[in-house]
Design a protein around this ligand. Sequence first.
Ligand code: PEP
Length: 253
Amino acid sequence: MERLPFIAGNWKMNKTVEEATGLVRELKTSLSGVKDVEVAVAPPFTALYSVSQELMGSSIRLAAQNVFYEEKGAFTGEISPLMLKAIGCQYVIIGHSERRQFFGETDETVNRKMKVALTHGLNPIFCIGETLKEREEGKTFSVIRRQIEGGLQGLGENEMKGVVIAYEPVWAIGTGKTATPEQAEEVHRFIRERLEKLYSPEIARGVRIQYGGSVTPENIRGLMGQEDIDGALVGGASLKAESFSRIVRFREM
Ligand code: PEP
């Protein structure tokens, strides 16, 4: 099955509204004519609405960086899936390692967020990945397995069709240390095998698995050359139109 490559930029806690709309305007120009790659940007919450207006008529998709697992109510500081859907978000990043590390997210809260996002027609970009310590202790595959089983708990085959998985080794995020294409592929293949066991060969073949962790215009081609790597979740290099566009245009490099 041909999986459409998917490159998403996670802007994290960067960009004012003005900077965000400026960047998206540049991206619309630098990405014009790009075919056969799906592209999304994930601005901070304050810029989502302005960016959604700027993206009208563009093929670039809008993603949020987080969502809460309730629809509304007394949850100060949280953002509901209904609010994201209403401003045109199609994707939402769930379970990013920074949220697990700094904001106490667990496999259980991640799972609740996955369910509520899918209920409201938002496609989760479900992040998993091991820390350096876990890798060094030989626990990479058991951690990935636990995160997959916990995060996807209770999701059926139909729901899985709306899910994108991002394998992001924590030791490679924002550190300049990328996993080699072979290291990444080994885990991507493992994830696909797990999906086959948990669901079916069809689901395993169809779900897109992005790699994330210090992706740059220089290393994207090697990563995309691997059979089970279907795209990238890009942090630092997505903050400039020039580097992000070169990543999206990986085939031309
Ligand atoms: C990320 O935060 O999802 C990420 C992969 O960051 P970076 O590309 O900066 O390593």
